[in-house]
Design a protein around this ligand. Structure first.
Ligand code: ADP
Ligand code: MG
Length: 472
């Protein structure tokens, strides 16, 4: 048998094993297009259709291929990867265009001709970009709760492609309506104006795009599209669905970051709390800079309203809102930026429709349903641990430890109980945050305290005191 035939037979077996090991989708994405270019006894040269595939396989799968090959050939082997020239390219995977869902929402015009046509092909189809031109740094009002997030965002937006990347990825988290999307879009707009190639996607779009690309056999195009950008911005990461999509996202994250490209991600909670997220993604995210946007305090709410008024005045002649009314709205609409938007729009609508000046009475009437009884604020597990530890005069690390003396067992159980009743965290997540305990342990603690609170008025009072302190 010739070297080539032998190598061909070995490669068949290696392929089978890789397919079994990684699954059909990953196999099709990465290994399917590999061909043997040249084979000798102790060395093979494999080829792939694109430079991107080559570097990806080199970085992620090369060792695995070598190991499997050496096992199958029963001897150590050297492997070289190369890119097949366009002429001998026999791979039918090159799609004509990226699937619709891969279309970038925002994209810069600047692009050199040698870059993959995947995104290019769609720049026309993009037409009116859904990038909201109002969501800029100028219109983002700075307050105590968002200073750091804004500064980090600005830094990322203004750095040039050639600059070294300072924090990567930048992860911004906050509750709903606190300005995440506003900041991401401001980054996108600024970087785009500076000629950087950017891609702004919601995690849902990413998921959908990846899944669709697998179905359409355009996974490589999808990956190529992602490779060709300077700045990847992913919004609402909590909606990234599916193991495989997450693995792909992880690859993308790693590849971009390793290549010195910037990644910015926003989510509704810190990476450690993204329970459904692949551990690798979580730790990669945690390895960058994580900043939180806190709630909007009354001053900030007032400033945001003032800035909305300025925008509205420019568009609607004769429209004005007295400062006292803005103050009233800022005081009473406390939830988030979306409710502020809603309240403001109603004032505008009332004024435009009735031609009546905006007054406090009008404001009262039109925003009544937005004025909610103050919701209990978000309580953090760390805070619960801290307050409970203080209260029982133990240390927080005692609570997280495996010590089982009564002086720490009860406070620990109370803290777990409060974590379950005062946050939306799941039992496994709470277990993890309490020194890596099993969810059944948490469940036991919760039931235990629930039972005791019903029987023991003194304990009930203690728990109530703790709750009040946490809600302050
Ligand atoms: P998120 O993505 O965090 O849910 P958004 O970015 O969509 O929140 O913000 C909701 C609304 O509140 C938007 O209209 C946004 O412009 C406004 N908003 C939030 N924070 C600010 C801010 N600091 N300055 C100006 N507008 C803000
Ligand atoms: Mg958002």
């Amino acid at each position: 048998m010739s070297d080539a035939m032998r190598a061909g037979a070995v490669w068949e077996r290696v392929r089978r094993r890789l397919r079994a090991e990684f699954g059909e989708d990953v196999f099709n994405s990465w290994f399917k297009s590999i061909e043997i270019d040249h084979a000798a006894d102790d060395a093979v040269r494999l080829s792939v259709p694109t430079r991107f595939l080559k570097s990806w396989i080199d970085n992620h799968y090369r060792d695995r291929i070598i190991a499997r090959w050496s096992e199958e050939a029963a001897q150590p082997i050297r492997i070289d990867m190369m890119v097949r020239s366009a002429v001998t390219n026999r791979v039918p995977l090159k799609p004509k265009a990226a699937p619709e869902s891969v279309r970038p929402i925002i994209q810069s015009g600047a692009r050199t001709p040698d870059q993959a046509p995947v995104i290019n092909g769609h720049s026309d189809a993009l037409g009116g970009s859904p990038l909201d031109p109002r969501l800029t740094f100028d219109s983002f009002v700075q307050g105590r709760s968002n200073t750091l997030a804004r500064a980090a965002a600005l830094q990322v937006a203004q750095s040039r492609t050639t600059d070294s990347v300072l924090f990567n990825p930048l992860y911004i988290h906050a509750g709903v309506g606190l300005g995440k999307t506003h900041l991401l879009q401001a980054i996108a707009g600024t970087a785009q104006a500076a000629g950087r190639r950017i891609l702004y996607l919601t995690a849902e779009k990413f998921t959908f795009g990846f899944v669709a690309s697998l179905k359409n056999q355009t996974a490589i195009a999808f990956k190529e599209a992602l490779r060709n950008i300077d700045l990847l911005i992913i919004d609402d990461l909590q909606f990234l669905q599916g193991k495989q999509t997450q693995a792909e996202f992880c690859h993308t994250l790693n590849a971009l970051i390793d290549a010195g490209r910037q990644v910015v991600v926003a989510g509704d909670r810190p990476p450690s709390d993204l329970e459904n997220l692949d551990e690798r993604v979580r730790s990669r995210l945690a390895g960058g800079l994580t900043v939180e946007i806190g709630g909007l305090d009354e001053n900030l709410r007032l400033d945001i309203l003032k800035q909305k008024l300025n925008q509205a005045r420019a568009q609607h002649q004769g429209f004005d809102v007295p400062l006292a009314v803005l103050g009233y709205v800022a005081k009473h609409v406390t939830q988030n930026g979306r409710d502020l938007d809603g309240a403001f729009n109603r004032l505008l609508a009332s004024n435009r429709l009735t031609n009546q000046p905006v007054t406090i009475e009008m404001a009262e009437r039109s925003i009544r349903d937005l004025v909610r009884v103050a919701e209990p604020r978000r309580v953090k597990i760390e805070e619960i641990q801290k307050i409970v530890a203080q209260h029982y005069n133990v240390s927080r690390s005692d609570i997280l430890s495996s010590r089982r003396t009564a002086t720490v067992v009860r406070p620990r159980q109370i803290a777990m109980y409060l974590a379950k009743t005062m946050t939306l965290r799941s039992l496994p997540e709470i277990g993890r945050r309490f020194g890596g305990r099993d969810h059944t342990t948490v469940l036991h603690a919760v039931r235990k305290i629930e039972g005791l609170v019903g029987q023991d008025p003194a304990l009930n009072e203690e728990v109530e005191v703790l709750k009040r302190r946490l809600n302050d």
